[in-house]
Design a protein around this ligand. Sequence first.
Ligand SMILES: NC(=O)c1ccc[n+]([C@@H]2O[C@H](COP(=O)([O-])OP(=O)(O)OC[C@H]3O[C@@H](n4cnc5c(N)ncnc54)[C@H](O)[C@@H]3O)[C@@H](O)[C@H]2O)c1
Length: 355
Amino acid sequence: MVKGHLEYLKNRKVFVTGHTGFKGSWLIAMLRQLNCEVYGYALECTSDPNHFSLLKSNGHYVYADIRDPNKLKQAVSESGAEIVFHLAAQSLVRPSYRDPRYTYEVNVMGSLNLLEAVRASPSVRAVVMVTTDKVYANREEHYAYREDDKLGGHDMYSSSKACCEILIDSYRLSFLKPDLVTENQQILLASLRAGNVIGGGDWSEDRLIPDLVRAAATKQTAKIRNPQAVRPWQHVLDCLNAYLIVGAELLKGNREAAGSWNVAPEKAAVYAVENILTLSTQYWNEIKYTILPQQNAPHEANLLMLDNTKIKSKLNWTPVYSTQETVALTIEWYRKYYESGDCITERQVEKFLAA
Ligand SMILES: NC(=O)c1ccc[n+]([C@@H]2O[C@H](COP(=O)([O-])OP(=O)(O)OC[C@H]3O[C@@H](n4cnc5c(N)ncnc54)[C@H](O)[C@@H]3O)[C@@H](O)[C@H]2O)c1
């Protein structure tokens, strides 16, 4: 693990888009422990309960649409932030089939608005753009995609994120080229492609763990589709730690970090949905599920693996938690919440940072 990236980020001014979402709220919890001054830009919380609300976090938070270029520009400029983490997105596959235009407007034009806001800001020097493992043209083969593999996307969410990758690259080449950056405008830009992330506090629709725990909390049986689908599961804190490592390197002016990075567990830790289900039931006996027949369901990837060699070898990132630990920590979070109303995020973040 790169030592010192957390120390390096302490007390910084940080701008986070999507702070009310699953990953964004965990990122806020991490940044708070680093004593950062945090600025957020997102829509109001939509799920009830909502992880960000449970954190009762003080910060400078703007509730506005990423599709509003002027508000976003103003928020970024007024923050005086040195580093930006862009997580705001329409982040789900199924809704992307229902509303492709909205998905593209938020994901592609929203990212463009953010990049324009960054260019206009006098303070930003590092930008971490969050895309996804789904940006690759997925051949559904037993193959782990590398950063220079062909981009693509069967569904609208995946293709919108692949478009973001092209957009990011174009900004890097046209405006933020590491070789061309001057002392006055040194903005380094990276894109991060992470696999399926799990952890407490996610109440999104149509995601495996939220579906399971929502059912368990009301003593119902969760209905699961695609039990054979294989994904690179990882704990949200492992994923965010990669974002922080890359962010710190960009802020230090490390031009090698200004590229794209896969963030994924080891190949041996790539599990099918059914393995995650079995593991989950070990940690909460209220979890019960049944498998739905798949008729006329919109296409979703069945096999997806990423190669994590680049980030491991160049930046020494490595996952702290095994898949078993990842599932245990996740289910523990929800159990504590549903059984006693506790939000144990701070404790889990402290434990992770100490590890
Ligand atoms: N959760 C995963 O497993 C996963 C995996 C790979 C990539 N990602 C990516 O990571 C990022 C964060 O994912 P997440 O799981 O936290 O998503 P999420 O859906 O929980 O949160 C999305 C955030 O974006 C904000 N947002 C959405 N539309 C907006 C708009 N029009 N204007 C302003 N803000 C808007 C929401 O308010 C929220 O804060 C996304 O870019 C997502 O595509 C997530």
